[in-house]
Write a protein that binds this ligand. Structure first.
Ligand code: MG
Length: 384
C-alpha cells in the first residue's frame, strides 16, 4: 500500500444484477439486454457514479459484467436475491462504508434527485426507501373476471434504491437467513425503522418487452444520455462598391456591397461554421476552398445546405441557431424575419428555432467606421 491514501467514499451502491429473468425476451436476462445502446446494467451503474459501487452478478455473466463494470467491484451472487445482496454487503466490510444503497439493475432510469433523497434521509434514519402511493383501484380477479375490490388506503409501491446504515443492514442480512422480496423486508425483520421518501414514476422497473421502449424514451427525455453538440462561428467581410449586401440569405439594399470570394453573406458563413464546429468538422474554407474557382461568386446557401446535410447524415438535428450581425448600417431589424425564414428553410427546421439579431459596435472599430460587417453565430445539434 502506498503512503498516499485517497479519501474514502463512505456511501456505497450495490447494483443487484444476478437475476435470470427472461420474461423481457431477447434471450438474455433483462439486465443485460440493450437499452439505448448499452446494457441495462450500464445505465444503472452510471446512475451511482462517484460512489463505491458493487455489481452483483450471476457467475455466467462475468464477461458481460467486466465489459461494463469500470471501477465497480464485481461480486458473484447467491441462490436468492437476499443471498446476492448479502454477498455484496460482506464484500464492503472494512471499506469504510457508512451508508449503502441497494438498487435493482432493472431500474436503469433512476434519477440523481431520487438517489439524493434516499441518501439525505439516511442522515436521520437507519433505513430509507422510495415509495409511490397506489392511485389505481385494486381488484382481485380469477379466470379473467373481477372477483372483488380492495381498499388502497395506506398502500404504496416500493422502489429502489433502498438505503440503509451499512452496519445495521449487514447485521440484518446476517440474521435473516431466508429470501425476502426486498431489503426493506430484511431490515424490518431486524427491527430497523425505514422511512419512505417520494418515489418517481420514471424510475420504472423493466419487466416486459414494452418497458424497454418506454425506458429508452425516458432516458432521452431526461437528457441523461442526450448527446448535445454546440458550435460557434465568426466571420468578417469588408465593404466594397455596390448597391446592396447579402445577409442571411436576404439581399438588403445598401450604398455598398460586401467583398468576398462568394456572395460574401457574412451571417450565413458564420452560421455554417457554427454547424461544422458543433460536429468538429472543420470550417467553410476546408469544405469550399477559396482557391477553387468554382466557388467564385457562389450563393452561400450552398455552404449552409452542405453543413445542414452533413449534420443530418451524421444523425444530428439542428435544434437552434442564433446569428448576431455587427454593423452600424444597414438596419437589420426590418429584414430579420425574412432572414430567419431564409435560414430556417435552407436548414429545413422551424423558423422559431432560428434567431437573427443585430448590434452596432457603438461606432468603435472597423464595424463602427463602417469598413465592413462582422457576424457571430452559434448552433446546437442534438444526436437523434
Ligand atoms: Mg466569409
Amino acid at each position: 500500500m502506498s503512503g498516499q491514501r485517497v479519501a474514502k467514499m463512505t456511501t456505497a451502491a450495490i447494483i443487484v444484477a444476478a437475476g435470470r429473468g427472461l420474461r423481457a425476451g431477447g434471450g438474455l436476462p433483462k439486465q443485460w439486454r440493450d437499452l439505448a445502446g448499452q446494457p441495462v446494467v450500464a445505465h444503472a451503474l452510471a446512475a451511482f457514479v462517484g460512489m463505491t459501487r458493487v455489481l452483483v452478478i450471476h457467475p455466467d455473466d462475468r464477461a458481460m459484467a467486466e465489459a461494463v463494470a469500470g471501477d465497480a467491484m464485481i461480486v458473484h451472487g447467491g441462490a436468492s436475491r437476499a443471498a446476492s445482496v448479502r454477498a455484496a454487503l460482506e464484500a464492503l466490510e472494512n471499506s469504510g462504508t457508512t451508508k449503502v444503497l441497494i438498487h435493482d439493475a432493472a431500474r436503469p432510469t433512476v434519477s440523481p434527485a431520487l438517489i439524493a433523497r434516499v441518501v439525505q434521509a439516511l442522515d436521520h434514519a437507519q433505513g430509507a426507501a422510495p415509495a409511490l402511493p397506489v392511485t389505481d383501484a385494486l381488484w382481485t380477479g380469477a379466470d379473467g373476471r373481477v372477483t372483488g375490490t380492495r381498499d388502497r388506503t395506506g398502500l404504496f409501491r416500493a422502489q429502489t434504491p433502498q438505503g440503509f446504515a451499512y452496519d445495521a443492514i449487514l447485521a440484518a442480512h446476517r440474521a435473516h437467513g431466508g429470501d425476502a422480496a426486498d431489503d426493506v423486508e430484511v431490515a424490518r425483520a431486524a427491527g430497523l425503522d425505514v422511512v419512505m421518501v417520494a418515489g418517481d414514476e420514471a424510475n420504472q422497473k423493466l419487466t416486459f418487452r414494452e418497458d424497454f421502449a418506454r425506458a429508452a424514451q425516458a432516458l432521452n427525455l431526461t437528457g441523461a444520455r442526450m448527446d448535445i453538440r454546440m458550435g460557434n462561428g465568426f466571420d468578417v467581410h469588408a465593404f466594397c462598391e455596390g448597391d446592396g449586401v447579402w445577409l442571411c440569405g436576404v439581399k438588403v439594399p445598401h450604398g455598398k456591397a460586401l467583398l468576398g470570394h462568394s456572395d460574401a453573406d457574412v451571417g450565413m458563413h458564420a452560421l455554417t461554421d457554427a454547424i461544422y464546429g458543433a460536429m468538429a468538422a472543420g470550417d467553410i474554407g476546408q469544405h469550399f476552398p477559396p482557391s477553387d474557382p468554382q466557388w467564385k461568386g457562389a450563393d452561400s446557401r450552398i455552404f449552409l445546405t452542405h453543413a445542414a446535410e452533413m449534420a443530418r447524415t451524421r444523425g444530428f438535428a439542428i435544434t437552434s441557431a442564433d446569428v448576431t450581425l455587427i454593423c452600424e448600417r444597414p438596419k437589420i431589424g426590418p429584414h430579420a424575419v425574412a432572414m430567419r425564414q431564409a435560414l430556417a428553410s435552407i436548414m429545413g427546421i422551424d423558423v422559431d428555432r432560428v434567431s437573427v439579431k443585430a448590434t452596432t459596435s457603438e461606432r468603435l472599430g472597423f464595424t463602427g467606421r463602417e469598413e465592413g460587417i462582422a457576424a457571430l453565430a452559434s448552433a446546437v445539434l442534438v444526436a437523434l
